[in-house]
Design a protein around this ligand. Structure first.
Ligand code: GTP
Ligand code: MG
Length: 197
């Protein structure tokens, strides 16, 4: 699939404000700074469609982008940023939770994890929670440009092995780099496959 049109639609502070659930929807979620907004820009060939920052906590709302006038890509705020006040954390947690649970057109939740890191409890708990809720997910290993292919492969293998403690059948996973475009076609084809299914 090629993205020929990508339009920012709206930022919402709760699920009730989100656009009509009239198109298939795909959301990016994961820890602050993992590269959610960067991946949206990479996929859509835009430098500044989604706001990116070296400082964690840049994305604070539910941001809808309409792609090819036919599906939504959603940039969510990150979790697990230590410097956020507890009340803020709770507010974001509730916002994301309600969005994930209630959004009827959500076809897949892409959980982004840093390809360089060993499985982090906060991510694994979140992945397992999605599984328990019966929500559709896939794992995206980000920032693959930051280490060798071998290292990424071994880190992904370790991750999968860890998840097998909790999962009978592992969720699908992909490896990406927003810097080099690694995984772009695979991810777009993956989305395309889900839309056509
Ligand atoms: P929040 O909105 O704070 O939750 O963060 P985010 O997950 O949207 O991360 P964002 O896309 O803003 O990127 C965070 C930092 O990581 C920025 O400095 C990006 O330039 C950098 N970054 C993101 N993806 C990649 C990647 O694939 N490779 C490299 N080298 N850097 C990346
Ligand atoms: Mg962001």
């Amino acid at each position: 699939m090629k993205i020929t049109k990508a339009d920012f639609v709206t930022s919402s502070s709760n699920h009730n404000q989100c656009p009509e659930a009239d198109f298939p929807e795909f959301a990016f979620i994961g820890r602050s700074n993992v590269g959610k907004s960067s991946l949206i820009n990479m996929l859509t060939n835009h430098k500044k469609l989604a706001k990116v920052s070296g400082k964690p906590g840049k994305t604070q709302l539910i941001n809808h982008f309409l792609i090819n006038e036919s599906w939504y890509l959603v940039d969510l705020p990150g979790y697990g940023w230590a410097k956020v006040a507890k009340t803020e954390k709770e507010k974001w947690g509730a916002m994301i939770h309600d969005y994930l649970i209630t959004r009827k057109n959500l076809i897949c939740i892409f959980v982004l994890v840093d390809s360089r890191l060993a499985p982090q409890p906060i991510d694994v708990d979140f992945i397992n929670w999605l599984g328990e809720q019966g929500l559709p997910l896939a794992i995206v290993f980000t920032k693959a440009d930051k280490q060798s292919k071998n290292k990424t492969q071994s880190s992904v293998a370790k991750y999968k092995k860890h998840l097998l403690k909790y999962w009978e059948k592992l969720p699908d996973s992909l490896v990406t780099s927003s810097q080099t475009g690694t995984g772009k076609e695979e991810l777009l084809n993956y989305i395309d496959g889900l839309i056509s299914a």
